[in-house]
Design a protein. Sequence first.
Length: 720
Amino acid sequence: MSDILAGLNEQQRQAVTTTEGFIRVIAGAGSGKTRALSHRFAYLVNDIGIMPANILCVTFTNKSANEMKQRIRRLTGDSDTGYISTFHSFCVAVLQEDINTVQYPKNFLVLDNADIDAMLKIIYEERGLTLRHMTFSKARDMIEIRKIFKDPEYYEHMIALPLDKLQQRYLDAVEPDDIIFWGYLYQQKKCFSLDYNDLIKYVLYIFSVNEVIRLKWQKRLEYIMIDEYQDIDELQYRLMKVLCAYHQNLFIVGDPDQTIYTWRGASVWYILNFDKEFSNVRTIMMMTNYRSTPQIVAVANSLIGNNKHRIKKDLLPVLPDDTKVVYHHAKTAEAEAKWIVAEIKQLVANGIKLGDIAILYRAHYISRMLEEVLLKEEVPYKIYSGVQFFNRMEIKDALSYLRLIAYKDDLSFLRIANVPKRNIGERRMKFLQDYAMQNQCSLYSALERTIDSEIFKSTKAQQFVALIERFSAGYQGLPVSELLNAVLDQSGYEVMLRTEGSQERLDNLAELKQSVYEYEISCGEECTLEDYLAHVALLTNTDALSGQNSVKLMTVHTAKGLEFLHVFLCGLAEGVFPSRKTATLEGMEEERRLAFVAFTRAPKALFITDAEGRNFDGSHRYPSRFIFNVDKALLVYTNELDDSLVYETNWNITSSEKMLAAQASGPVFKPGDRIVHSILGSGAVIDIEYDKAAYVIKFDDLGTMRKINFKAKLEAESAF
Ligand code: ATP
Ligand code: MG
């Protein structure tokens, strides 16, 4: 038997060796789906002789893509790993090859949030908007919602309108929303940049208008495999459907009990109806859980058994017995955090590595108290959220140097032209902006063209342009790591940090250099600067998930697909988890699935905790219903719960579940009611279509009415 099949169970072997046609694996948490997927890749390459470049393997995060690349490299011994990536990164690969079909250059720019903010800043300044009109994060949301829901064809304008026409739309706009939206599209086109929302749209568009290109990609991708399929959304689904149409080899794995992104447009419908959407589908089920102890598996089964809308399936444990899951109730958030940290110290005293411990929570704000106590007790920790590594000032600056060399774009120019100080301050920048506006050119070329004028006499603009020109002329063929070293050195950036005594920032730069170096190794010989920049733009905070000597803190969403030997799930209180925003039965079931994802991350030990206190609306905090959802005999309660807490909570459960059950069978709102939708915002119920089980709603921000499913997440407006 092939080595690749050793270490797999019968179903996994079937999944690996059934290479042709449409195959669906529906399997529980920790049952070896991701393992089957990566072994299948290796099997295709090693045993069948398929070229890695003809396989697309889609993972949910960049981190799992990297892990899979490493695994596959180990299994196949080949450095070429084909397309193992997230949907977004795959789209970048398509666009790098074919974006010129829509008259964009191949070295288009991929924007992250910080870049978008920098563009917003330009727009706000030009048009006299302030953060009181709209914060940047609200503006980003507004743009996203507009791109997804209100102006889904926006990209056709971006592609079709020449820059000056786009600029005119921006200048003609009057309402802040319009100014921001058109200003942003204009800024985007100006430097040929795309944000996450654009990537799939552009690819689908190119495929729809250019059959030759579509066929090229369809033919190239002989085998397509997708992990975490239960969380696929409509655009991703459309993309995948186009891609597999030629060879008709599609392999998907997922667990409907782990659908946790419906709030962002994902739908479990796609995995459940896979057999109706495609022909001759073969379905493989796997229920053995290899990850966790029987004690943890039992708790997870007990919890998810409370969901009504699911196909009933229990995970079967195989690992030997270990300790029971512990539940601790604390009087205050501080006491909860102290208890957790004391337990962690105990684990460490017993020889457990800090890197094998994770603390998970429903929402970021819960981490504050934990951080305080961890700091006080001097327990090293790392948060995988909040300010992301790649958004730190020094990292952005360093990357801006690289970007300016490759693209000479305005964003990077604005960021680093005067860092370190070159005496190109506000007045001179304004001069360049005016010149660029009048002459329809970039800021960098404005500087090049006016460099001899009086205004730049007492500046270091000459040296700056010389530096960038020197690197622009010579960077091709140079490893990115060398380029980065050289530019940080010759630009005076590192010297500046050293003079400032910013050791932490220098350390971060060292870490960046290390990550570039690792990237180069991972992608083999052909690693261009442009590849690297596109890669970095798509990284998220979890991608830096290493750190052997610190406790990992993250939200449950972030922990999806991962495992940590010892898991603490904290803040398991009503109003926190389930979130107080949960208003429908569907919503409550998604919260429960999220708790299920949290429980099933732990192979060895699981601790769940909650604390009394107040919610944002002033209500008292009770232990979460999810604790009482678990058979009491399966948990060790560290302290007996005060009856009032249990009583109140039980009351709470029945009343809200009653409300939720009512909602599942019919409408809860009536015409005239004001409601809030988590994505579309506020609106009024106009009518009810019972036959379609839908409300007809006029949203305040939308021109036309929308039909919204009874089951959608709606709340009464006054509840906010
Ligand atoms: P999730 O639903 O959380 O994504 P999953 O189904 O993808 O989980 P994996 O991450 O592939 O599960 O596997 C879970 C754990 O079980 C891993 O540590 C993996 O190495 C181990 N494992 C998977 N299959 C087997 C097997 N046949 N024998 C022994 N261990 C296995
Ligand atoms: Mg997995």
